[in-house]
Design a protein around this ligand. Structure first.
Ligand SMILES: C[S@@+](CC[C@H](N)C(=O)[O-])C[C@H]1O[C@@H](n2cnc3c(N)ncnc32)[C@H](O)[C@@H]1O
Length: 234
């Protein structure tokens, strides 16, 4: 075959078939998977448009959606536990990511559904996940999550904390890291800036818990509020 012919054939192949190497790099699987989470912003940006079309940018702004997507893509969880269902946006995000990345996952979402709670969603509870394969639980997040983890102790989990943002509750929820063997925890509302009136409970709960937890990586989004933090487990 002439050199020119070979070059043309090779060029056509590159145009017509997506490269396996590129796909592997983008989804961070196989031997390319880094030891720690590296938020690949080229890769995760691809999912953002769809997520924003479905859930908007509140309560999770773009950089937080990006961290959620990156953690999901990196860990490829078998089970997601979403504490604080409210209208169901975060649960819907896990569902959309599972669909887009073709990662089959069981999604649980938990809410107190307590009318005396300031964020009681009333009849809008779980609005964004109606009719979707997401299991809704009513109860205290840490208690229900403990029994879900206990039933599948070897599974890979994404545990998402967005319930009561008090220091005490987040510390209690973070103790779940002790029984999760693989996966990560994401905590919402972790903005921290001394002097700010913003609630620092979740951030301080992380700082005060870390020394007793099997956490191998911490990523705090430092771009502003409301803030999100990632804790990578083994
Ligand atoms: C900020 S909202 C969560 C937003 C939700 N993730 C979404 O995407 O729509 C907080 C929710 O957590 C619930 N909540 C508060 N304390 C809780 C607890 N201990 N266990 C489970 N849910 C709780 C509240 O009822 C409220 O609906």
């Amino acid at each position: 075959m002439h050199l020119l012919e070979r070059v043309v054939k090779r060029g056509f192949h590159m145009l017509s078939a997506p490269s396996r190497t590129t796909d592997k790099t983008q989804t961070q699987i196989g031997s390319d998977r880094p030891k720690l989470l590296e938020v690949n912003k080229w890769s995760t940006s691809k999912y953002l448009l769809k997520l924003v079309q479905v859930v908007g940018v509140g309560p999770y702004p773009l950089d937080e959606l990006m961290l959620m997507a990156a953690a999901f893509e990196y860990h490829r969880p078998e089970i997601v536990i979403d504490i604080g269902t409210h209208v169901g946006k975060s649960a819907r995000i896990w569902f959309e990511l599972s669909k887009q990345l073709q990662i089959p996952v069981k999604i649980h979402t938990i809410d107190l559904c307590d009318p005396s709670h300031v964020e009681y969603p009333g009849r809008h509870l779980g609005h964004y996940i109606r009719g979707l394969p997401v299991e809704q639980h009513i109860g205290d997040g840490a208690t229900v999550a403990r029994s879900i983890i206990g039933a599948s102790p070897m599974a890979c989990f994404v545990l998402f904390l967005d319930g009561d943002h008090s220091y005490e509750t987040v510390r209690r929820e973070l103790q779940l890291c002790q029984i999760i063997k693989r996966g990560c925890v994401l905590v919402h509302d972790t903005f921290y800036q001394p002097g700010s009136k913003y609630n620092h409970g979740p951030y301080l709960a992380i700082q005060d818990s870390l020394s007793n937890l099997p956490v191998k990586q911490v990523v705090h989004l430092q771009t502003g509020l409301p803030g999100m933090s990632y804790l990578g487990l083994d």
